[in-house]
Design a protein around this ligand. Structure first.
Ligand SMILES: Cc1cc2nc3c(=O)[nH]c(=O)nc-3n(C[C@H](O)[C@H](O)[C@H](O)COP(=O)(O)OP(=O)(O)OC[C@H]3O[C@@H](n4cnc5c(N)ncnc54)[C@H](O)[C@@H]3O)c2cc1C
Length: 520
């Protein structure tokens, strides 16, 4: 996956007509690109920033049906997502884990309600169940969650869901697309749509954000998978188009494991203001969230509101024996949900369904909005099927149900942590064997070695320091301050591998420092 080589494919084939041009390199666009290319379509994906820079690196990291959506009665959504959860765990076992959750219960009514609810959740998962739910007594709850306050506790309901690394899943999809013959380009922004006879969309005008070069690119089908930016693309198609996205911000804080000290996650099904709060172990830290705040401003770099952080800390403090304070926060991250909603404002964003919407516009532009990370594969399948049914593409079968991604769970690794690189982990171990100094950590508070940075530069198309620290590794999210400390060393390694000079390094370090103020 080399950006220059992929761009040359565009330059050398100016008259080439792609079957499919996908706008947006988040979960939705990457899923669509993998579906398309593995069916045998000539596929190009353009992402204006880095892959998963938007919402898709800022999720709660759950591969789940959504217990909350069950409570809202959205059974179809939950059933579909539970099926997809099972497929993702099978196809990307190196990036997903079976996570145990405990719901603390304080009244007999809650014991009955959540026991029945979660039995139903198990039932909906069918053959792809990840383990049965069951009630545990107070003593056992305290055993599994030693730092949970026990006043008034009746016990806990245990259930299972999946957990994953969202941006590494995204980069894995990008690599899979390229390996199957597709082209994916980061830092390539679509600025307008090309139109032909009868105002039909025939392609896109896109700019390489690094060189400034513009490209007219032609395709049979243009798919808008630009998440919260979907309405911008709709307006390129039809300036008077009505808004279809209702953005809602969700914030998480990351804390040290000493606040949870458990392999089990906590799920609080109903906070004081009717939201759900999770505290989930992730790469040796605890991710706590989330919020649901309707916002009007759309940006690639959303910022948590003070009241959102206060709410998370206060709610966590009600349940944990050691209440976390602002000084304990390792990272705060915010993401915008691209909710597909009517604009009559009759529902709060909490109530808006997480279902996706696929729309074929009269111009031939196909748009996919909303949905969940968990359902990315099914959303992609439905999107391409829709184009086939409309006669835009020839009929070719979807193969992604059994498409597995670089997994090699049987490999014996010296470091279990390298499992996240699947079958490629051995290449990183070899780098360390050849040059032992590459085995050193980039910062003692982070789990990543220099060898991973070198390997990522050679294989995963990072262009900026942020690409490596935020999404190829999760340094920014796990410990923002430690990632700043590591930035000089990582910039050195990157510059050496990718041929960047001293000025590039200095600018990158400055830019990265500026960015991190959003996360602290
Ligand atoms: C707080 C929060 C928690 C969540 N937790 C979960 C969870 O635990 N599990 C789950 O299943 N789902 C979860 N979700 C939902 C899930 O994260 C989203 O549904 C999903 O990531 C959306 O992906 P997307 O590709 O549609 O959007 P994005 O990831 O935002 O991708 C769209 C991309 O399009 C690009 N783009 C926009 N305009 C252009 C242009 N003109 N040219 C080129 N590129 C362009 C953007 O740069 C962006 O990268 C959560 C969402 C939030 C906000």
């Amino acid at each position: 996956m080399n950006r220059d080589t992929l761009i040359r494919k565009l330059q050398n084939n100016k008259s080439l007509q792609w079957d499919i041009i996908v706008i947006g390199g988040g979960a939705t666009g990457l899923g669509v690109a993998v579906d398309a290319v593995t069916r045998g379509f000539k596929t190009l994906l353009l992402e204006q920033a880095d892959f998963t820079k938007g919402t898709s690196s800022r999720s709660t990291k759950l591969v789940h049906g959504g217990v909350r959506y069950l409570a809202q009665g959205d059974i179809l959504l939950v059933t579909e997502a539970l099926h997809e959860r099972g497929l993702m765990l099978k196809n990307a076992p190196h990036l997903t884990v079976n996570q145990e959750f405990v719901i603390p219960v304080y009244t007999l009514w809650d014991v009955i309600l959540y026991t029945i609810g979660l039995k139903f959740y198990d039932l909906l998962a069918g053959k792809l169940s990840m383990g049965k739910s069951y009630f545990i007594k107070k003593a056992e709850t305290a055993n599994r969650l030693p730092l949970l306050k026990s006043d008034g506790l009746k016990g806990g309901i245990v259930y299972h869901d999946g957990q994953f690394d969202d941006s590494r899943m995204g980069i894995t999809l990008a690599k899979s697309c390229v390996e199957n013959g597709g082209t994916v380009l980061n830092y390539f922004r679509v600025n307008s749509l090309l139109k032909g006879e009868n105002s039909k969309v025939t392609g896109v005008l896109a700019r390489d954000m690094e060189s400034g070069t513009e490209y007219q690119i032609h395709g049979k089908l243009v798919i808008n998978a630009s998440g919260i930016f979907a309405d911008e693309i709709h307006r390129m198609d039809e300036p008077s188009s009505r808004p279809t996205i209702r953005p809602s911000q969700g914030v998480h804080v990351v804390l040290d494991d000493s606040f949870l000290q458990s392999k089990s996650a906590i799920m609080i099904p109903k906070t004081d203001d009717g939201r759900v709060l999770f505290a989930i172990p992730w790469y040796g830290k605890v991710v706590v969230g989330t919020t649901d705040t309707p916002l009007e401003t759309i940006t690639l770099e959303p910022k948590a509101l003070d009241e959102e952080v206060d709410f998370i800390l206060a709610t966590a403090g009600k349940y944990l024996t050691r209440p976390p304070g602002k000084e304990d926060i390792l990272c705060i991250f915010a993401g915008l949900r691209p909710l597909a909603a009517n604009h009559d404002n009759s529902q709060t964003t909490k109530e808006v369904s997480r279902r996706h919407k696929i729309t074929l516009f009269p111009s031939g532009l196909l748009s996919i909005i909303g949905g969940k990370w968990t359902s990315y594969r099914r959303m992609a399948e439905e999107t391409i099927d829709k184009a086939i049914k409309a006669g835009i593409l020839e009929n070719k079968k979807c193969v992604t149900r059994t498409l597995s991604f670089y997994n090699n769970n049987n490999a014996v690794l010296k470091s279990e942590r390298l499992k996240i690189y699947g079958s490629k982990a051995a290449e990183i171990e070899k780098l360390i064997d050849d040059k032992p100094f590459l085995g050193q950590l980039i910062d003692k508070r982070l789990p990543y070695t220099r060898a991973e940075i070198v390997w990522i530069c050679r294989n995963e198309m990072p262009r900026t320091l942020e690409d490596i620290l935020a999404r190829r590794t999760r340094s920014l999210f796990l410990n923002t301050r430690a990632s700043v400390a590591a930035s000089v060393e990582v910039a050195d390694l990157m510059a050496e591998e990718l041929g960047f000079d001293k000025t590039w390094k200095e600018e990158q370090i400055k830019e990265y420092n500026k960015l991190t103020s959003n996360y602290l």
